[in-house]
Design a protein around this ligand. Structure first.
Ligand code: ATP
Ligand code: MG
Length: 711
């Protein structure tokens, strides 16, 4: 019986009669567990068909996990159950009703990098000064408008700057429409408008989704809220699950207020609170609670656990980022010896750029790892080239794809030719492909250029014709060879070229695997695959089942849990991030992010910081993060090299970093026999101190401190 593994409050939520519910509870209290059990309950007890249920969550990874959990509990097949992200589900609706949405059948999705390039081109075409109106800001403006459901005509300009941004927004929308592409925000916005204006479709979906469940609701934005309200209509039951203390996407338009709004808009919503945490040890929970208490205006929740206190948090003060990475890797090795698996350990960080040093240290020690997010597989240059070819095969009018492939690999089509095509496209309100054909007809180009261009057109057309009847993986293979991409990268020398070739070959595997899984079977395989590539957040970069350490930003760790967690880079200006330090609201969001990170840990939490960090090409010195000071000192064990232990400061209850000693980790030292080396680790006190040194000539050794001299 599915209720057996739930506590009374959780049971109440799972077996409640069909109606609106708001489950407001802290981290690790079983919210996601309630949601999945609720789906199973609805199907098995309430006899609602999986076809009539919609479950929405925040990331593809979470959606995947949710489906697996539900399917393992259900006795009936759940293929017709819709589970996905807001973006993924919107995409599905637009694919099914492309005509009504005013899109070409083969419409493609622009990722944020493509979107940026497109906006930059639009700004140049409009002859707007891109110093005053940088493409990044325009992109931000456009996305923010869409997230608030405003078309260009609906934005109220406050000043001249706004007027220009609106002009850019309009021109960008026109360009997207011509090219048959939509950006991420458009996926939702267009679905919203489609359902709002088309009563028939609205009724179709409103009749279908009798029960709608949303996880991580605290991070929905205005558009997602409206989208949800529209789908819910008057009759459908909506269950939302969230935690105001874990709202971490305010910077991307998420509205905590949606939690309050829900109780008003969805009348009769039953509020259920869960207070028992099942994830973390007492100590981890106490530390996280103490931290989040520093925030004001919380909805207020108390979390407790039955679990033992467990170990104290370990805080490590590193000399620099390399030392920090070595510390983490060393601890991972210790844990491995103590029967831990690698997949039970996660390294979390504030910014993607931190991963490189950590990756290097892991590689050096031969520890397998996976990075979530960061430069995703589908974001790599060679993969984007290959995908652009596939896109243009599917849709010749896809301008961003056109720009990417026209001269990659080089085929003698220069910038001047490309500018002429762009000018023509702009003047005649056409796509680049159409403009190219028109210019050829007008005999605009020199014979040499014309023959290069004709060869390009012929190449694309012939690849499209040949691949029409092929299976998806064969299509990909044909494209990789015929386009010359494989040869192009084969010529690139060294490790890098080899990696690129491997990545391209991996694309054939990805296509094969994709068709095997056949998830989106209602669309043509190529279109479905391209959409998957655009929407997927890099979950496929390593074998999911391989035992490896998990690396990710704290943002992408939401909803997940790991027995051992390392939070790296807990220093001022990095975390909290310097951009948020002067704004109290942003600072609170950073604190929530820290709360999210800490509450991922089940048994053991390490937090590390570096006093000296090289980032963005320069070195800087920072103090330990204020978040460390907000954790009661009694819950922390601090590790660092020290010859003198400073007296605890009784005026402060928070954690205080210890004073520095004679040797520091990362320091250059000399040994009479072994020669020069670098300090990697120190243990013990005074003259008994043992120091681990990596020597240039003889490798790593552990020595007594008195044999060493500093340089
Ligand atoms: P987050 O806020 O981080 O998303 P959550 O509230 O969604 O957390 P879950 O991930 O559902 O929490 O649950 C946390 C852990 O506690 C999971 O491992 C889950 O299986 C376990 N758990 C939840 N409820 C119970 C219970 N009643 N008995 C035993 N284990 C439970
Ligand atoms: Mg959850």
């Amino acid at each position: 019986m599915i209720l057996n593994s739930l506590n009374p409050a959780q049971q109440e939520a799972v077996k409640a009669p069909l109606g609106h519910q708001l489950i407001l509870a802290g981290a690790g209290s079983g919210k996601t567990r309630v949601l999945t059990h609720r789906v199973v309950w609805l199907v098995e007890q309430e006899k609602i068909s999986p076809f009539n249920i919609l479950a929405v969550t925040f990331t593809n990874k979470a959606a995947h996990e949710m489906r697996t959990r539900i399917e393992s509990m259900l006795k009936v097949p759940a293929r017709t159950l819709w589970i996905g992200t807001f973006h993924g589900l919107s995409h599905r609706i637009l694919r099914a009703h492309w005509q009504q949405a005013g899109l070409p059948q083969s419409f493609q999705i622009l990722d944020s990098d493509d979107q940026f390039r497109m906006i930059r081109r639009v700004i140049n075409a409009l002859k707007v000064d891109d110093d005053k109106f940088p493409p990044k800001e325009a992109q931000w403006f456009i996305n923010a408008q869409k997230e608030d459901c405003r078309d260009p005509g609906q934005v109220e300009p406050r000043d001249y700057t706004d007027q220009t941004f609106i002009k850019i927004y309009q021109a960008y929308q026109d360009a997207c429409q011509r090219a048959g592409v939509v950006d991420f925000a458009d996926l939702l916005f267009k679905t919203y408008k489609l359902l709002q204006t088309n009563a028939e479709l609205r009724t179709l979906y409103q009749t279908r989704f009798r029960s709608i469940l949303v996880d991580e609701f605290q991070d929905t934005n205005a558009m997602q809220y409206n989208w949800l309200k529209l789908l819910a209509g008057e009759k459908n039951a909506v269950m939302i699950v969230g935690d105001d203390d874990q709202s971490i996407y305010g910077w991307r338009g998420a509205r905590i207020e949606n939690l309050h709004k829900f109780s008003i808009d969805f009348s009769g919503a039953k509020v259920i609170r869960l207070e028992q945490n099942y994830r973390s040890t007492g100590t981890i929970l106490k530390a996280a609670n103490a931290l989040i208490e520093q925030n004001e205006g919380r909805m207020g929740k108390e979390l407790w656990t039955d679990d033992a206190a467990g170990e104290r948090l370990t805080v490590y003060a590193a000399f620099n980022e390399a030392d920090e990475a070595f510390f983490i890797v060393n601890r991972i090795r210790d844990l491995l010896l103590n029967q831990h698996n690698l997949r039970e350990m996660a390294i979390l960080y504030r910014s993607n750029a931190q991963s490189r040093v950590l990756e290097e240290a892991l590689m050096q020690f031969g520890i397998p790892y996976r990075v979530y997010g960061g430069l995703r597989y589908f974001d790599r240059a060679e993969i984007k080239d290959a995908l652009a070819y596939l896109r243009i095969l599917a849709n010749r009018y896809d301008d961003p794809a056109f720009e990417r492939v026209i001269n990659t690999p080089a085929r003698g089509i220069g910038d001047r030719t490309l500018s002429a095509i762009r000018e023509q496209a702009k003047a005649t309100d056409a796509t680049l492909w159409q403009a190219l054909e028109a210019l050829i007809n007008q005999k605009y180009f020199s014979p040499r250029t014309e023959s290069a261009l004709n060869a390009f057109i012929a190449l694309i057309n012939s690849m499209a014709a040949k691949s029409e009847t092929l299976a998806l993986n064969k299509q990909v293979e044909l494209m990789l060879n015929a386009s010359g991409l494989m040869d192009h990268y084969r010529k690139e020398k060294g490790e890098k070229g080899l990696t690129r070739l491997e990545n391209l070959e991996e694309l054939i595997n990805a296509a094969h695997q994709f068709t095997q899984e056949g998830i989106q079977d209602e669309m043509p395989p190529l279109a479905a695959f391209l959409a998957y590539a655009a929407l997927e957040s890099g979950d496929d970069q390593a074998d999911t089942y391989e035992d490896c350490v998990q690396l990710m930003t704290m943002h992408s760790s939401k909803g997940l849990e790991f027995p051992v967690v390392f939070i790296a880079g807990c220093e001022e200006e990095l975390f909290p991030h310097y951009m948020s330090m002067s704004d109290p609201h942003k600072l609170e969001e950073e604190r929530r992010l820290c709360y999210v990170g800490m509450t991922r840990a089940m048994r053991k939490l390490f937090m590390t910081y570096a006093e000296n960090r090289r980032m963005h090409g320069r070195e800087s010195y920072h103090r330990a993060s204020r978040f460390l000071h907000e954790i009661p000192a009694a819950l922390i064990e601090e590790i660092r090299f020290r010859t003198k232990v400073s007296r605890p400061d009784t005026n402060r209850t928070g954690y205080q970093p210890q004073a520095m000693g004679r040797f520091r980790i990362g320091q250059e030292v000399n040994h009479r026999i072994f020669g020069d080396g670098t300090v990697l680790d120190c243990e013990g006190d005074g003259d008994d101190m043992k120091v681990t040194v990596r020597f240039a000539k003889v490798g790593t050794k552990v020595l007594v401190v008195s044999y060493l001299t500093t340089k």
